[in-house]
Write a protein that binds this ligand. Structure first.
Ligand code: ATP
Length: 351
């Protein structure tokens, strides 16, 4: 019987992933990563809920303490990013370095299994002609999480199974109810785990970063008001800037070095190109020449046509057919061909 290690957060999605694989005859082992210091969603009730699902299914449940990995790769990464005026995306980084990497390692070394599964909504397929594992969007676009998985290496993808890739949330809830899982009616998480456990991103950041007041300027350098810390703002933000003006104003630049927030009209916040670093080519090998694709510059943004120009050192330049608003350093840009994730990377700070 094939062994598979299922990452269990205590939520309904991963519970159903485990139940489905168990029902298909796999030898399933539940694994919960203990991520956060203190009380967090996957670290208190989540762990208990995960244990209870394993008990129901009659499968073993392991808990691995990787709080230090989470602290170094996510908490410290976010704090250093925000203090430099960028808005880091923690989820893709978390998937690669905190979840899939350690899970695959634990599965291989401690449990003698080369397969892990999660409750992510995405699909993975092996392409015999190219010899690569392709990452595809979930069948139902409204739940698709492929954007957060673009940074997985071929090795990690080769070990990954996504049982929910062809389901929508109603299917998942129905299956959970059919199996009588204790997590069937558990509410969905609404936000980043750190935001949920701290109340807001601002509350999380204020625990660690000392607010440093400074000027809010327009694009001509005129002082319009005061801010209470560059890390409280993000590119493209309109609400909560605290400046009254005839035209709506948006944050268009965060200058952490000079402790300044620059605001302007929407047209001032558009760009026709940007560069990315830490690029990962997923379903195709790195091309030698520019390619056409459709790119998402945020999780929920519409894919837009783009030319992707490979550069050295895991970097690319994106040239958009139409200028884009609120390109945010630190966030991921992920480019697709249809449903196939071609690659992704982190938006660099503009010089
Ligand atoms: N602490 C954890 N330990 C092990 N696996 C985890 C953990 N947190 C999340 N995962 C895995 O990653 C998947 C996606 O996590 P995410 O935080 O996006 O939760 P979700 O989509 O709400 O899923 P769920 O309903 O299972 O919580 C989960 O379905 C689970 O398989």
């Amino acid at each position: 019987m094939k062994k598979v290690v299922v990452g269990l957060s205590g939520g309904v999605d991963s519970s159903v992933a485990a139940a489905m694989l168990h029902n298909q005859g796999y030898d399933v082992i539940g694994l919960t990563l203990w991520l956060m210091k203190g009380k967090g969603q996957c670290c208190s009730e989540g762990m208990i809920d995960a244990a209870s699902v394993c008990e129901q299914l009659g499968i073993p449940h392991e808990v691995v303490d990787i709080r230090d990995v989470f602290q170094a790769n996510i908490v410290d990464y976010l704090l250093s990013g925000y203090s430099m005026g960028i808005t880091p995306l923690p989820c893709s980084q978390c998937n690669k370095t905190v979840k899939f990497g350690p899970m695959v390692e634990y599965a291989r070394e401690k449990l003698g299994s080369n397969a892990i599964a999660t409750g992510h909504y995405a699909q993975v397929r092996y392409d015999e002609t190219t010899g690569r594992y392709k990452l595809l969007r979930a069948v139902y676009r409204n739940k698709d999480q492929s954007y957060f998985l673009y940074d997985l290496s071929q090795d990690l993808l080769s070990a990954s199974v996504f049982p929910l890739g062809e389901l929508n949330k109603t299917d998942t809830r129905r299956i959970a109810a059919e199996y009588g899982l204790t997590t069937a009616d558990k509410p969905e998480s609404q936000d980043l785990c750190l935001v949920e456990s701290n109340g807001s991103m601002r509350a999380f950041l204020d625990r660690y970063l000392v607010p440093k007041p400074g000027d809010i300027l327009d694009t001509t350098g005129k002082v319009l008001g005061q801010h209470d810390g560059v890390h409280h703002y993000t590119i493209g933000q309109r609400k909560g800037i605290g400046i009254a003006a005839d035209e709506p104003l948006y944050v268009i630049e965060l200058d952490a070095v000079n402790n300044r927030v620059v605001v302007g009209e929407r047209t001032k916040g558009t760009q026709s190109e940007c560069t990315l670093n830490r690029v990962n080519w997923v379903s195709i090998a790195e091309p030698a020449t520019p390619i056409r694709a459709e790119v998402q510059i945020r999780y929920r943004s519409q894919p837009v046509p783009v030319t992707v120009i490979p550069l050295e050192d895991f970097r690319v330049r994106l040239v958009f057919d139409e200028p884009q608003f609120s390109i945010t350093p630190g966030q991921a840009a992920v480019w697709y061909e249809g449903d196939k994730v071609l690659g992704g990377g982190i938006i660099e700070q503009f010089s």
